[in-house]
Ligand binder design. Structure first.
Ligand code: HGY
Ligand code: MN
Ligand code: MN
Length: 425
């Protein structure tokens, strides 16, 4: 097939095709999870979603493979077979009872971009590589971005047995359960020489674009995260027979720690730090028994690593002091840590220029959420495009983005990849 250069914006994403793909992926969800989407990391449902992506890309004539981490990669060759690839993609796993856009938008945009490039026979010198990363969400195992961390060489076989989900299933066991071999994840490590750049399209998961009336964002930095679990051991006892001054109430200690974490986050907010306790387990969980045990999962996000780490340390210190006063044992276990990442100008400026080519004025903003692009940036210069989240909601069934914005973001993505193709060596 003869290819020809296309003008910026000539590849216009098809809204209805995008809607159909979003609907198809949304249908792959645990049936009993609630109104949202539940497609957790390293489950059969996640693999089924990767298979939908693979079938679609094979139908377009792309060469498709799945690596030892469970990442699925599809490639359209460029005119220069020796050139490094320009990539795009995101993830298809979700949080429990999550939304139908987080990660999925970046994948359907990649699929639509591959279709547009193919149908228009758009010339490109670099190979175009479309990637679905496995296990981006940290909700199940605590560690976010497992598939892209493995690709970036940041997570290896030794890291996998120790991370466990709420049922005690390890990352390694979950990978084995879906036909992957955790011992071989070293084979999935990317070589920087194979890549020229990578761009991820994602919903903002915040309200900056919506509040400023902008339809496209270009990300200049991605927040880091320090995640830990705090286990509390008090004394279970009769809620009626035990006087207030003779208690070691793990639930009351947990409640105090939640508020301590919030106050640390509020004090450090000016530096872009955020602190959240999104999950508390209390035992035995009976109304007439004082809680003898409790566990809290703490997520500290930051754009300044030092502030992020200091905030986490302050939460642990103040939790220990509160527990000592209450006669409750307190143990903090680190779960994962990712530094904040400034994204390179070489990609960021091209994304901004592409928006200008298309008559758009983007907002340049940091990402509060973590993303696969953050890990990929260890291997090759990475960039991110954002589209608005309605009311800034994400990780919830109410997560919503206007389909016209999904289509516009996809058009900007396709034009950006072709502009990078013309600019990069
Ligand atoms: O949790 C996050 O920041 C992302 O959604 N994985
Ligand atoms: Mn995501
Ligand atoms: Mn997410």
């Amino acid at each position: 097939m003869t290819t020809a250069p296309v003008a910026p914006g000539a590849l216009v994403a098809d809204r209805d095709r995008l809607r159909a793909l979003l609907d198809q992926f949304a249908g792959l969800s645990e049936p009993v999870s609630g109104p949202g989407v539940t497609r957790l990391a390293y489950t059969h449902l996640e693999r089924e979603a990767h298979a939908v992506f693979a079938a679609h890309m094979e139908e377009l004539g792309a060469a498709v493979r799945t690596d030892a981490a469970g990442n699925t990669l599809a490639e359209l060759p460029g005119t220069d077979r020796s050139a490094p690839a320009i990539g795009t993609g995101s993830h298809l796993d979700s949080v429990p009872d999550g939304g139908r856009f987080d990660g999925i938008v970046g994948v359907v945009a990649a699929m639509e971009t591959a279709r547009l490039v193919t149908e228009h026979a758009a010339a490109h010198r670099h190979p175009l590589r479309f990637v679905v990363f496995a296990a981006e969400e940290g909700a199940r195992f605590g560690q976010a971005c497992t598939g892209s961390r493995i690709a970036a060489g940041l997570t290896g076989p030794a890291d996998l047995p120790g991370k466990r989900d709420a049922d005690g299933v390890s990352l390694a066991e979950a990978m084995t359960g879906v036909g992957l071999d955790p011992a071989r994840v070293g084979d999935a490590r990317w070589d920087h020489a194979d890549w020229a750049a990578f761009v991820e399209l994602h919903i903002e998961q915040g309200a900056v674009l919506e509040s400023t009336g902008r339809r496209v964002g270009v990300v200049d930095a991605i927040s880091g995260s320090t995640r830990l679990r705090i286990d509390l051991e008090g004394r279970a006892s009769h809620s009626g027979g035990t006087p207030m001054h003779l208690r070691a109430d793990a639930a009351a200690a947990a409640a105090e720690i939640v508020l301590l974490a919030e106050s640390v986050g509020l004090r450090a907010a000016a530096w872009g730090t955020r602190a959240t306790v999104g999950r508390i387990d209390v035992a035995p969980g009976s109304m007439t028994t004082i809680a003898g045990g409790a566990s809290l999962w703490v997520d500290v996000r930051g754009l300044d690593l030092d502030r992020q780490q200091r905030a986490a340390a302050e939460i642990v210190e103040s939790a220990a002091a509160a527990c000592a006063r209450r006669g409750v044992r307190c143990t903090a276990t680190p779960l994962a840590e990712t530094p904040p990442v400034p994204l390179p100008a070489v990609v960021r400026d091209t994304l901004v220029a592409t928006c200008h080519d298309l008559g758009l004025e983007p907002t340049v903003l940091p990402s509060g959420a973590s993303h696969d692009a953050q890990q990929v940036n260890e291997v090759t210069p990475a960039g991110m495009l954002f589209i608005p989240s309605r009311d800034g909601i994400s990780h919830d069934p109410a997560e919503d983005t206007d389909l016209d914005d999904v289509a516009l973001g996809t058009t900007v993505l396709a034009a950006s990849l072709l502009r990078l193709d013309g600019e990069l060596p």
